[in-house]
Write a protein of this length. Sequence first.
Length: 717
Amino acid sequence: MCIGYRKLNKATRKDHFPLSFMDHMLERLADQAYYCFLYGFSGYNQIVVDPEDQEKTSFTCPFGVFAYRKMPFGLCNAPATFQRYMLAIFSDLVEKSIEVFMDDFSVFGFSFDECLANLEVVLRRCLETNLILNWEKCHFMVTEGIVLGHKISHKGIEVDPAKVEVIEKLPPPINVKAYEALKARLTSAPIITAPDWKLDFELMCDSSDYAVGAILGQRRAKTFRAIHYASKVLNEAQINYATTEKELLAIVFALEKFRSYLIGSKVVVFTDHAAIKYLLTKPDSKPRLIRWILLLQEFDLEIKDKSRKENMVADHLSRLINDEVTMKEREIREEFPDEKLLMVQERPWFADLANFKATGVIPEDFTWHQKKKFLRYATYYVWDDHHLFKIGADGLLRRCVSREEAKSILWHCHNSPYGGHFNGERAAAKVLQSDFYWPTLFKDAHSHAKQCDNCQRAGGITRKHEMPLQVRLMGIDFVGPLPSSFTNEYILVAVDYVSKWVEAIATPKVDGKTVVKFLKKHIFSRFGTLRVLISDGGSHFYNAQLERALEHYGVHHKVGTTYHPQTNGQAEVSNREIKRILEKTMSSSRKDWSTKLDEAPWAYRTAFKSPIGLTPFQLVYGKACSYFYYHDRKILKREFRAGQSVLLFNSRLKLFPGKLRSKWFGPFRGKEVKPYGAIEIEDPEAQRNWVVNGQWLKPYLGGEVERLCCILSFRDP
């Protein structure tokens, strides 16, 4: 259960009950022969809260309102109260046979019997006061042990090996002698000093991807003096924590590690993650963060921001090599790859911008126009905290990263569980959401997504290919051999993949010359050159003569794989349809199929095709095919007789001068009906005769001259 008592602690008057002096305790414990180290079991929960103050610890939950009867964790005066309670229990034994610091009890004696007798007195006192001990953490009748971060024994006080273990295990640099001297100084006085309880403690914490590090010290004469070093490798679950969680975990680890030093003292925590300061006041954090924040409430903390450059010791401790991680052995190469050399010499793309924003210096080799463009471009960048930031169109600041950092960021935004292997557009969006920027972000994201091995292996064949233009992609194939028909035994068929238009000819043999002649006469001269021609791998299609012709016309030839007719599937379908039409139209002897071959493709072109929703003829010519029967149904039958009165249409003949006149003039008299629709008419007033086509005449219904008539028809005789 996690309860935040921040407001209660703020309103509580602080209890400044002093803790035991650490140096005095260690001096009294040193030079003893035997020790017994006892630890209290949930010490705070063994102290009863005054009934009048129990309501101050109340809290609400779905089951009602409750209050603590025993002292809970998280109260600011809990450490002082517990220390007073322990000293009250062992007041007559302190400094004689036992040393008490919070819930750590150290029983000592100059001999085995004396230590055993002192232990008996202490345990009897625990029974009398109902003080419960944690037997799993207790150690009895030992000759040495760790007390308040120091090793005590009959030899005296020594440095805890755990304090300097991480320093001793530092990997050797190039200059081994200097580094060994550095380690010796870091692990000996006066670097490792005893704490001064009158001064505030300073705690420097930092985290990396796989470890956390901390250093405890105090500032004396404006100089930081180290007291304790500590680092810890993260487990598999902690490695997956977010950056903020890792930084807070480093602080929690350090406070638990140095708890005996920090309880009751002012602690200043330095971290390079400024968000930690505001996380302590955030009410809706994750449950894990809330539990950690409650652990911090018993300490008098002040969190300050400190850059990584100024916090190098803790940062280095968090990045020590993990012995458990096995490194891959690589063969030493005698040559140095050129591309690696270029990478070493390569400057970040934002080097000039960063120098200008930090120092105001413009590169000297810039021309006047380059300087003008550079200054205009630099207005979109900001230098802050040793980093260059780009001001985006949305007003947000995004940190500029180098080429190597960009590769790592793209991997996390695409390949990691957070990335989800989305396309380049979404991966770039994730990078922008993570507040990073470089000029080629979208181009690099698309390239990274296309080259991703997992993305290339996943998914099905669902994407539709681009629809080609009409008569640009054709399949070609031979049908046969068939029964000989006027020396012809084969049919050469070509079909357009889009319009389904079919061309077919009868041929006596199968060879490349026939194919080239067919393409030039029936395809290229009528529809233009193709983009792609698909065929099988037969020698009649796959030969030098055809390849030269296709190369001349700029046609790409695709050859289908063996035993896979689906490669040229449209041609196979057309072959089957042409053969089906011929089977139903040729005679029983089956020797006249070549004479019917011209009609079969025509029937195929004018048949409705479901894939395109209309006939191939309509798709190619943009209109329906004209049939004789339907054409004649739309013709109006007009007949003229000799002596019949008619009107003449004059808009094109221009036989009559003047404007704004009627388009029909007359009436005129039909004098003679001539063959093929011609009629001789006469004008009684002008006494003129002329011959016109019947389409420019129409019957005049105002009157009619009685005469011997003959019928004129527009049909051909």
